[in-house]
Design a protein around this ligand. Structure first.
Ligand code: SF4
Ligand code: SF4
Length: 750
């Protein structure tokens, strides 16, 4: 029996004045013969309550509310078990088009058609079956300050926690510090690190089980169902729900910095080595063990230099100020010289910087250290150019300390996997041109095997994929702590360079995300950015050709595969991006509420006028994360654009199946605009590389256009971020001009 469908058309917000609502209603009642069609004067307060009540009273299973943008409503506020869809008549019709205009009316009617067809095609969503078995234990990997804090925070919230540390002691780098930079007002005096107290707290917490001298042998399954096996003296196996990776950092090895004399002159050391000396009691020349009275700190030793370590580690400047204080404390004759490019002391740390500036024994200058030379007595002479005073200077020193940056202790799982695959291919003895390709691949990626940390049993590799500089982040703008493996969060210096205080805050955030993850999974929901979505991809595997596109393109490593290459889904790993749906040439991957057929049917529902009416039609597939909200802002700002476009939001541009483009062109659409997030490390697509993948699928699109003897210009992809809404009218305007130039689609009316 067909579902009972209701349509509610809102006449508020200028909609009633700009559109012929009666004519619009007839689309619902006459064309689609819906069971209920009513008008309401707004979509807020009493009117919204009326809609919700009416849906229940009328016994509707599906409802379409045509009014403000879907982003206007609070999710989850509609009656359960009713499929509700919103048609955007406000932001994307009457606020961006002239009132009482034939084309505006046609736009509204098409959007209503699409909305009705969409609810007809959607199926009720049920949580994945595993949601009832979710384990809520939180595992923390790494026993430094970030790891200890994450474990304590998770335990304080009532969650059983497991803390894994590969060395014999907890405390990490913080346990190796003599003192901490000032963290409390007036931010002037060095402080004890407080790490011993933290270690005691975590060791005595009954909710935290600690494994030291222990590493991870393997992690199988997915979030909520991770089966962990440990190796080491405390070898054990258990299940956990979410993981916080707090594996910290290692110092940058200042290789190829010959002019600084590292590993060449005994008295040139790193900031890590100086800290060790200070902690052990005395800062001394390495060459003869005599007190070091004149110490030169060279900032950014390799940092912020594309040839070495491109980024700023945010903490080395403060660390040198702290170590200058050690030099001054050790001897009243002690002198510290800090040579910097920019001295960075963010936030309250500025007070500490000012305090140290006032010390007559601390000399600070901007300058380039061009040379460190060793003298006969093993003392050093540091030549500095371009100083603040504009002069070149030479400073004699007992010790030169290189302020080296922080490198994350991470392992790039995708690189490990790629190298292993390439080696396996070469070992197979298969010949052909692929041999050179694989050799080059191994050479380009370099040695990554042996660095494994999590040892995930994931088809796409054993560890978190990383960004350009080795940080395993997934979207630092919108979702800090999230990684490209659902249920695994990063905290502390493995996520971004930071100090101990930053690591404490970070660990608290990551622990919270881990808790949020297990709670959402237990309700069958996914995490960001489609937080709360209970749909998941279903695979009609009888028709699978084992092409492996879905397993290769899934950005979250959701799909393992069997020996033949058939995907093995792990629904708790899935972020519901739909990229697999977009990738599958057989079109056998679908969600209950997002399917190939659903979008194709929405496209078919649009009325495409004949060529002689001179009303072109352009399909816009807009990513729901940035591009679609940007369209709403265009409306909010009352900017205008062509009424000939028809926008369909998609989960991600990567979820666009090429069949939708083909079918729209076959139906007579004159062009297709694909609007997705920017790609690249500096602005990441919400699903990592969805828009980039769509771009690479462009070859298939071009092939189809060729087959249809249509111009390439008819399909364009643009990257747009949510704040760039003002570009939308220009992009559309230029595209409409292109369509005018290439002419109407000859397939119209066929
Ligand atoms: S929806 Fe996205 S995360 Fe889930 S399996 Fe498909 S590609 Fe992977
Ligand atoms: S993309 Fe489709 S056909 Fe290819 S392996 Fe995945 S499910 Fe099978």
């Amino acid at each position: 029996m067909a579902s009972k469908i209701g349509v509610y058309i809102c006449t508020g917000y200028g909609i009633g004045e700009a559109l012929n609502v009666e004519q619009l209603s007839s689309v619902a009642t006459k064309e689609y013969k819906v069971d209920v069609c009513k008008t309401v004067s707004s979509c807020e307060a009493d009117d919204l309550d009326f809609i919700k009540k009416d849906i229940t009273e009328q016994g509707l299973e599906r409802a379409v509310i045509a009014g403000p943008s879907p982003r206007f409503y609070a999710t989850g506020s509609f009656p359960e078990n009713v499929i509700v869809e919103f048609v955007n008549l406000r932001e994307q019709v009457v606020w961006c088009q002239p009132a009482n205009n034939e084309d505006t009316q046609m736009l509204a009617e098409d959007y209503l058609r699409m909305g009705i067809v969409k609810v007809q095609k959607m199926q009720p969503v049920e949580a994945f079956p595993e949601s009832k078995d979710i384990d809520k234990t939180i595992m923390v990997v790494g026993g430094g300050i970030a790891g200890i804090t994450a474990a304590l925070e998770a335990a304080a919230t009532g969650y059983n926690t497991v803390l894994i540390e590969k060395s014999a002691q907890l405390g990490g780098w913080m346990a190796k510090l003599k003192k901490s930079i000032p963290r409390t007002p007036p931010y002037e005096a060095l402080e004890d690190t407080g790490i011993e107290e933290k270690i005691k707290q975590v060791q005595s917490n009954p909710k935290v089980k600690i494994f030291t001298s222990t590493e991870i042998e393997t992690i199988k399954g997915g979030p909520g169902l991770f089966d962990v096996t440990l190796k080491g003296p405390g070898a054990a196996s258990f299940r956990v729900g979410a993981i916080v990776q707090a594996t910290g950092w290692k110092p940058f090895e200042p290789k190829n910095l010959d002019h600084l004399g590292f590993r060449k002159f005994a008295n040139v050391i790193t900031n890590v080595e100086l800290e060790e000396m200070a902690k052990n009691g005395r800062i001394a020349r390495k060459s003869d063990g005599k007190d070091a009275k004149r110490v030169v700190f060279v900032q950014c030793a390799g940092s912020r230099d594309k040839a070495h370590l491109s980024y700023c580690s945010s903490i080395c400047c403060l660390n040198s100020l702290k170590q200058a204080a050690y030099v001054r404390e050790q001897s009243s004759e002690g002198k510290a010289y800090i040579i910097y490019d920019n001295l960075r002391a963010p936030g309250h740390y500025e007070y500490f910087y000012k305090k140290m500036q006032q010390d007559p024994g601390v000399f600070l200058t901007k300058g380039d250290v061009v040379r460190v030379a060793e003298n006969a007595d093993k003392s050093l002479t540091v030549d500095v150019e371009k100083t603040l005073l504009g002069e070149n200077i030479s400073v004699d020193a007992d010790l030169v300390v290189l302020a080296v940056g922080m490198v994350p202790c991470s392992a790039d799982g995708e690189k490990i996997r790629t190298v292993k695959d390439a080696k396996a291919f070469l070992a197979s003895g298969e010949g052909g041109p692929q041999v050179d390709v694989m050799k080059k691949r191994i050479e380009d990626i370099g040695q990554h095997e042996g660095t494994e940390i999590l040892n995930l049993d994931y088809r796409q590799g054993p560890d978190l994929p990383t960004l350009q500089y080795g940080f395993p982040d997934s979207h630092f703008i919108c979702f800090p702590y999230e990684t490209r493996r659902t249920g695994i969060y990063t905290a502390g210096a493995v996520r971004a360079p930071m100090d101990g205080l930053g690591s404490v805050e970070d660990a608290t955030g990551a622990a919270f995300k881990a808790i949020q993850c297990v709670e959402m999974l237990s309700r069958g929901e996914t995490v960001l950015p489609r937080a709360g979505d209970r749909s998941y991809p279903e695979f009609f595997l009888q028709r699978c050709t084992q092409c492996k596109r879905c397993t290769e393109e899934c950005p979250f490593g959701t799909l393992n595969e069997d020996v033949k290459g058939t995907p093995l889904p792990n629904p708790t790993r899935c972020r519901r991006c739909g990229i697999c749906l977009g990738a599958c040439p057989e079109r056998i991957i679908n969600f209950k509420n997002y399917s190939v057929d659903m979008i194709a049917s929405m496209i078919k529902a649009v009325e495409v006028p004949d060529e002689d009416e001179e009303k072109p039609r352009v399909l816009v597939l807009a990513c729901e994360n940035d591009a679609y909200p940007a369209f709403d802002t265009v409306g909010l700002k009352r900017l205008q654009y062509s009424p000939f476009i028809r926008v369909i939001p998609v989960r991600c541009l990567g979820s666009v199946n090429v069949i939708w483009i083909n079918e729209s062109l076959a139906k007579g659409f004159d062009g297709v605009l694909l609007l997705g997030c920017k790609y690249g490390d500096d602005y990441q697509c919400h699903f990592i590389r969805g828009s980039e993948l769509m771009n690479t699928r462009g070859d298939n699109v071009r092939e189809k256009l060729k087959q249809m003897a249509l111009e390439n210009e008819r399909v364009q992809l643009h990257q747009i971020q949510v704040s760039e809404y003002e570009k939308i009218p220009t992009i559309i305007g230029e595209f409409m001009e292109t369509i005018e130039q290439v002419g109407m689609n000859p397939f119209k009316g066929m």
